[in-house]
Design a protein around this ligand. Structure first.
Ligand code: DQQ
Length: 485
């Protein structure tokens, strides 16, 4: 049904030969990608649109890229879905937005720049092509008299016969804000009020910037979840979510937490409900190396693996990798009930891989600290370290030794206090060359980037310090590539 015709970059073979380019995560054929957009399952096909610069591995001239899939694992690249239109309201870029099923008709909303205005597009051929609405922009300016730090990234939903739109924004001098609009017909929009403002949020000292990008609100269990990507003029912070109650067109926030502890390396996420009723989230993982290194590589930006978002009994959202990912599992190893002491020989010694899934249940025992090292070079100079301290609950991922390339100095990522109801550390780790995603205790996620320079940085180690741990079980699989070449 969908024929492939990707945009051809200059040196596709070099881009694909890059040892750091992920093998089982979604990326465009080349060049720049950021936010996922317009996620929807339509007539069986999953559609992934994304922010894309088809000319260079650097942000700019933003188009909408497009790919389709039948399982959210294997993707087919399609022609560019939307380009900036000379003289149009999106002449400087087609920025982020969403897709909605409007009683059987598919409608896309996005931000045109500059100035930031909200626009609409439709499709006559089941999303093979998008047609911009000739009357764009449908929201031509922010509410009168408002001094805003931004006005973008529409998120649209329906309640009964009425449509609502949330727009990411911020009030100058006051902090982030999410603006609520309403419409009877998706074309005529009226501003209601802010759904949420910084002064109504107890962030417990966590800075939330002055602009909230890419907002989304959806029901989860018996409450609602609002999330947004916090930033300011200097850059992106992280994505936070708030649990709370939504009634009378107002959101009453309760708890606020980071959606992913890799901060800006899992950004601008979007979720949708598929035909099986599952809420599935994707986020953009930006690069953590210099712009020069990105342009030289010819690609930049990776889409996270699809995450299932589910309500938990404690009222927080739970996250777990989509079951479909299991089709990628290849060679397998397994440990059962193994005691690890500080003097143990690494039981994962024979394994060599930079593209794998590892699932483990570990009993902390008497250890002060324990964890894993991945992408370890034989001389130990390159490694990425995952560390857990049972007493404090602190979990860290340290990529400051991941690369000998000074253009990728790495970072220290931290979950200050990881709840472990069962007494065990339950970990699901996905390593795919330069990206690492870890799911902990079904509750917290952390996405990080690392850029080993040595071909031999393939080792995996498990360690304990100051006491022993027991590996109840550990399953390891190398993962198949989703790339054709
Ligand atoms: N990226 C888009 C904006 C959005 C930002 C521009 C978040 O619409 O606010 O590429 O990464």
């Amino acid at each position: 049904m969908f024929r492939s015709k990707p945009a051809q970059p200059k040196s596709l073979s070099n881009v694909h030969a890059d040892r750091l380019r992920p093998r089982y995560h979604f990326l465009p054929p080349a060049n720049w990608m950021n936010d996922p957009n317009g996620l929807i399952q339509w007539k069986g096909w999953y559609h992934l649109f994304y922010q894309h610069n088809p000319f260079q591995a650097a942000w700019g001239k933003i188009h909408w890229g497009h790919a389709v899939s039948q399982d959210l694992i294997y993707w087919r690249h399609l022609p560019l879905a939307m380009k900036p239109m000379l003289g149009g309201p999106d002449s400087d870029g087609v920025w982020s937005g969403c897709a909605v099923n409007a009683n059987g008709k598919l409608v896309i909303f996005y931000t045109g720049v500059f100035p930031e205005v909200q626009c609409m597009a439709t499709t006559q051929d089941d999303l093979k092509t998008l047609v911009k609405y000739p009357g764009n922009p449908i929201v031509p300016h922010p509410p009168a008299e408002m001094k805003l730090a931004g006005f973008r990234d529409p998120c649209v939903w329906q309640e009964g016969d009425t449509w609502f739109m949330l727009i990411g924004s911020g009030f100058e001098g006051l902090g982030g804000a999410l603006l609520l609009y309403t419409s009877p017909d998706l074309v005529h929009w009226e501003y209601l009020h802010p759904l949420l403002t910084a002064d109504r949020v107890n962030a417990g000292g966590l800075p939330l910037g002055n602009m909230w990008e890419c907002p989304q609100m959806f029901p989860l269990g018996d409450q609602h979840l609002v999330h947004f990507s916090a930033c300011d003029q200097k850059g992106s912070y992280y994505v936070v979510y708030l649990t709370g109650a939504y009634r009378d067109k107002t959101f009453y926030p309760q708890r606020l937490l980071k959606l992913d502890y890799g901060n800006q390396f899992f950004y601008a996420p979007q979720s949708f409900v598929d035909e099986r009723g599952r809420r599935i989230m994707l986020g953009w993982s930006r690069e953590d190396r210099s712009q020069e290194a990105q342009i030289q590589a010819g690609w930049a930006g990776v889409m996270s693996l699809p995450r299932l978002v589910e309500p938990r009994p404690d009222g927080l959202p739970g996250f777990r990798p989509l079951d479909e990912l299991q089709v990628l599992r290849d060679r397998h190893s397994h440990l059962e009930n193994v005691l690890i002491t500080p003097a143990s020989i690494n039981p994962l010694n024979p394994i060599q891989s930079d593209s794998f899934e590892l699932q483990a249940v570990i009993e902390p025992g008497t250890a002060e600290e324990f964890g894993l090292k991945v992408c370890v070079s034989p001389d130990g100079k390159e490694y990425t370290r995952l560390d857990y301290s049972p007493a404090s609950g602190r979990f860290t991922v340290d990529t400051t030794h991941a690369s000998l390339d000074t253009r990728a100095p790495g970072s220290l990522y931290e979950i200050p206090s990881l709840p472990h109801d069962s007494g065990f550390l339950q970990l699901r780790l996905f390593v795919d060359r330069s990206i690492l995603e870890v799911y902990l205790n079904g509750w917290a996620c952390l996405t990080a980037r690392m850029y080993p320079t040595l071909k031999t940085s393939l080792g995996i180690e498990i360690f304990s310090k100051g006491g022993d741990i027991r590996v109840k079980n550990l399953y390891f699989w190398t993962m198949k590539s989703i790339q054709k070449n």
